[in-house]
Design a protein around this ligand. Structure first.
Ligand SMILES: [Zn+2]
Ligand SMILES: [Zn+2]
Length: 262
């Protein structure tokens, strides 16, 4: 404890040469800040600069607004064949969890998402259920969906349609991941890395922590836990993707969800 205070003091001194408009007065919301990083109220905190697939990222001091087209920057067999990112993925190939791939007729189409998430996520005992459709976004701007297929049934055969990066478009062309976003955990970062945010503002990490697979039993009903991560040295609640259902989020949001429009 003493050490962390000392470290914080040192860090503060190190960063004091930066432009600092620290307004410590923004205690408008309940559930006090634990990290207290210094920035003016409308500055986008550094952690969100990891979102590389957004068309814009802004802050109003309470909410972060992330606009994305919802399209992957990686190859997929679901791009139109005329698109440079089209890459064949043969039926019979192996996809998520050893499922045998069978291509669906849908194609990827640009969306116009606006995700609004709380900058200071806080637990909400209501733990509202995740909606069908987007429940958050991955760092590449692609929507994250929950563990259900249309009608609220288990994903089942839908998994057979996951492409080489474990995503697929629905009939409207909206591309999404229900499971670990492989492009982020294998290409852009690692399986222990930050992979995105749910609508309640809490971060999601890959299936590992410090290189070790996170056991399902280590996670709560919402599919997360509170621990220190590389991005949150003071610790934070965060979700993990895992190989088995519910994959990303469990029985509802841990915190209060923001909004999404498309
Ligand atoms: Zn789906
Ligand atoms: Zn963790």
């Amino acid at each position: 404890m003493k050490n962390s205070i000392l470290l914080f003091a040192i860090a503060s001194m190190l960063f004091s040469c930066k432009k600092e408009t620290s307004t410590a007065s923004s205690s408008s919301t309940s559930g006090g800040s634990s990290s207290g990083s210094s920035s003016s109220s409308n500055t986008v905190p550094d952690i969100y600069t990891k979102i590389f697939g957004a068309t814009s990222i802004t802050s109003d001091g309470t909410y972060l607004t992330v606009k994305t087209k919802g399209i992957p920057s990686h190859k997929s067999c679901y791009w139109p064949t005329s698109n440079a990112l089209y890459e064949s993925f043969a039926n019979g190939s192996t996809t998520f969890n050893g499922e045998i791939f069978s291509k669906a007729p849908n194609q990827i189409v640009d969306q116009s998402y606006t995700f609004k998430i709380p900058l200071k996520p806080a637990v909400n005992s209501a733990h509202s259920a995740t909606p069908m459709g987007p429940i958050g976004f991955a760092l590449d701007g692609v929507a994250l969906y929950n563990q259900y297929a249309a009608g609220g049934v288990a994903l089942g055969d839908e998994k057979k349609g996951f492409d080489q990066y474990y995503g697929h478009p629905q009939a409207t062309g909206s591309y999404h991941y229900h499971v670990e976003p492989l492009y982020i955990t294998k290409v852009k970062a690692t399986k222990s890395s930050l992979v995105g945010f749910l609508l309640d503002g809490f971060p999601i990490y890959g299936p590992e922590e410090n290189g070790a697979t996170v056991a399902e039993s280590a996670l709560d009903a919402y599919h997360g836990h509170t621990a220190v991560t590389a991005d949150y040295p003071n610790g934070t609640y965060h979700y993990h993707t895992t190989a088995v259902s519910p994959y990303i989020n469990g029985n509802g949001f841990y915190g209060t969800p923001g909004t999404i429009t498309n």
